[in-house]
Design a protein around this ligand. Structure first.
Ligand code: PMP
Length: 394
């Protein structure tokens, strides 16, 4: 690598998913690869109406520079929603509007991480967080995910050995596994982190997308030592790039400085448009539509996998979100499956990039069910089953 670039770039990998997406954008490819919401559900007309209203009634204000914290009525709306949905009391001043959760993760990295600091992360973990934190050259420590959340015994043991600065988690409908922490695991995780004085970064990007089972409290409900992240990407549209961080006291002060240094403030026009959209429409009704559509897609995908996949293949049955995690028999590589599948014009993401260490998750893969329509899911899973049989018979 050329020496003109900073050392930190050497340790930061290109997002494998973005690379795959280049291949999968051909129209003939059935893609379960991207983490994309279903565009058929984007409220295009409603956002257009909100934008027109903001520009015609408040255009000069909405096009001006604004505050780093973000538009106060939008922060008040978010705070109110936490109170309503999970009894969380969050002051609007403890909310910072960001350009999506991805920026939230980057800002947290800037504020907390020195080179070599320990970041504890789920295994497998969210690729975007691994990438964003990698820029700050931490030492990643992986803790395996079990069916009901993180392996808390291992978490406790690892932290007892040597503590860390941050624990990053997606406890609800995790990306990539679809796993959700049980209530007990949330409470235990909060207690362990408090005992070892490590900050929890709770990324709740999929929190609102539950289509089965019961709502659960956030980890933040059990511990104030939690930075909670939210996003409009999965409930309105990701192209708007709008999310938020809930943090308190000195942490918020530092985050505001990092945000100011990064981009002064989040896109103010977008904030105003989102707020207008939320005022003029029933977001709960809209979210119900998304949950209904995604729930049906998950049922179809899992049903087809049960019917057509060969014996010995495991998969999660998520109660919400957008992903199913598949585990192939030991010794079978999802990379080999990917090569076969792409020839059949089907794509998914092989599991290895979701681990920070090489050689992990070789026999795993992620399937997205939110983005494809029913006929594509049916055809794609059948083709994938054919490829699996071919691999099995080799
Ligand atoms: N966190 C998780 C767990 C995600 O899956 C994603 C999107 N793939 C993000 C954050 C980024 O979301 P945003 O669009 O809000 O930046």
């Amino acid at each position: 690598m050329s020496t003109i670039f900073a050392d930190r770039m050497e340790n930061t990998r290109k997002s494998f998913i973005r690379e795959i997406l280049k291949v999968t954008q051909q129209p003939e490819v059935i893609s379960f690869a991207g983490g994309l919401p279903n565009p058929g559900l984007f409220p295009v007309d409603e956002v257009a109406a909100a934008a027109a209203k903001v520009l015609s009634e408040e255009g000069r204000n909405a096009l001006q520079y604004s505050t780093t914290e973000g538009y106060l009525p939008l922060r008040e709306f978010i705070a109110q929603r936490y109170l309503l949905k999970s009894g969380l009391k969050i002051d609007p001043d403890e909310i910072l509007i960001t350009n999506g959760s991805q920026q939230s993760i980057d800002l947290i990295g800037k504020v907390f991480l020195n080179k070599g600091d320990r970041v504890v992360i789920e295994s497998p973990g969210y690729l975007g967080a691994i990438q964003a934190f990698s820029i700050f050259e931490p030492e990643f420590v992986e803790v395996p995910l079990l069916e009901d959340g993180i392996d808390t015994d291992q978490l406790d043991r690892i932290l007892a050995g040597s503590s860390g600065k941050l624990f990053y988690t997606v406890p609800t409908f995790q990306n990539p596994s679809g796993i959700t922490y049980s209530r007990q695991k949330r409470e235990e995780t909060a207690k362990i982190l408090q005992r070892h004085n490590i900050v929890c970064v709770e990324d709740n990007a999929y929190w609102e997308l539950r289509f089965a089972g019961e709502d659960l409290p956030t980890i933040r409900n059990f511990s104030d030592n939690t930075i909670l992240l939210g996003s409009f990407s999965k409930i309105i549209a990701p192209g708007i790039r709008m999310g938020w961080i809930c943090a308190q006291g000195e942490t918020m002060e530092k985050l505001l400085i990092a945000k100011q240094a990064a981009d002064l403030h989040s896109n103010y026009l977008s904030q105003r448009i989102i707020y207008q959209y939320l005022l003029d429409n029933d977001i709960d009704e809209h979210i119900l539509k998304i949950k209904d559509a995604y729930g049906k897609r998950r049922d179809l995908m899992i049903g087809l996998m049960e019917e057509h996949f060969p014996e010995g293949i495991g998969y999660t049955k998520p109660e919400g979100g957008m992903f199913v995690w598949v585990t192939l028999p030991e010794g079978i590589s999802s990379m080999d499956l990917f090569e076969l599948a792409i020839k059949e014009n089907v794509a998914f993401v092989p599991g290895s990039p979701f681990y920070t260490r090489d050689g992990m998750g070789i026999n795993t893969l992620r399937l997205n069910f939110s983005n494809s329509d029913f006929d594509k899911i049916e055809e794609g899973i059948k083709r994938l089953a054919g490829c699996l049989r071919e691999l099995n018979s080799d």
